[in-house]
Design a protein around this ligand. Structure first.
Ligand code: 13P
Ligand code: ZN
Length: 281
């Protein structure tokens, strides 16, 4: 992984994550985006210390108001910015924005140095943050969207059924049901960047952290850059195993529903929520 430092520790962490995602082959060119809800006191104190002269830009209206995010700071990738450039040009690739005016607008407070603005998927990110902040009681803070190739490939060969996709992935390694007991939730093919895809995504995010944007990619919520990377990495690996098994002629045997149940009981303390496992076989 690239060694990289930045005066703002959040930039250091998120740029390293973005660069790593590019190295994994998940985020070609400007494909994908990241947003991270930052602790208010920490971000205000680091900006005051390191960038005392920056003044917030004029508020920009959001397409959907998010009252529960009013006052929150986010570091977010700029639209059209390359993940490959994250550690080389962090002040251009990322911006720190604050949600203002009751959740109906944002102000850029740092970054987007070449006049950029947040990702075209910002409405969906904010809608996702609002729901996952509530459901996780504040634990989850970061949303990562990747064009993970093995995961996208499955949306062409499996039925568009969340339970079926979840089961295909859970049965590829014992860790899967422990890492994502809340499953993977499918959003049908839709135009990216619209409030329609934001609405469809948040409906599914009531039930879990991981969304499949059909034929497009993964959208996942977690607490930290490390944990969201681990979540996507595990799902992408399971998707790759599934594709290999299918290409080799399909399953002769698999992890049974009984073993899935045993795994979820044995590792109960590690689970974000209880999995819904089809009846024991
Ligand atoms: P942005 O460059 O606007 O973030 O769009 C990339 C993308 O992956 C859209 O789904
Ligand atoms: Zn995308």
């Amino acid at each position: 992984m690239t060694i990289f430092s930045h005066p703002i520790p959040f930039v250091q962490q998120v740029a390293s994550l973005a660069r790593l995602c590019w190295e994994m082959g998940w985020n070609e060119a400007n494909g994908g985006n990241i947003s991270w809800r930052l602790p208010t006191d920490e971000v205000e104190s680091v900006l005051a210390r390191r960038y005392p002269n920056v003044t917030p830009a004029e508020p920009v209206n959001l397409p959907q108001s998010q009252p529960t995010l009013d006052g929150e700071y986010f570091i977010v990738t700029g639209t059209g910015q390359y993940f490959r450039h994250a550690t080389e040009f962090p002040d251009q690739v990322f911006g720190i924005v604050r949600i203002v005016e009751g959740g109906s607008a944002y102000q850029t407070v740092w970054g987007f140095s070449n006049g950029g603005r947040p990702t075209s998927e910002f409405a969906t990110h904010l809608a996702g943050h609002a729901v996952r902040k509530r459901v996780s009681k504040g634990r989850e803070r970061i949303l990562l969207h990747c064009h993970a190739p093995e995961f996208i490939a499955l949306s062409y060969i499996l039925p568009l059924d969340s339970a079926e996709l979840t089961k295909a992935l859970w049965t590829k390694m014992p860790e899967c049901i422990v890492i994502f007991p809340d499953g993977v939730h499918i959003v049908p093919p839709m135009l990216p960047g619209t409030t329609d895809i934001a609405d469809a995504s948040v409906k599914e995010m009531e039930h879990g952290r991981v969304i499949s944007w059909t034929h497009h990619g993964i959208f996942a919520s977690e607490a930290t850059p490390d944990s969201v990377f681990g979540l996507v990495e595990t799902i992408e690996k399971a998707a790759g195993i599934h594709r290999k098994v299918q290409s080799a002629g399909g399953e002769r045997q698999t992890i049974s529903n009984g073993l899935l149940t045993e795994l979820s009981v044995y590792f109960e303390r590690l689970l974000v929520q209880k999995p819904v496992i089809p009846g024991d076989d």
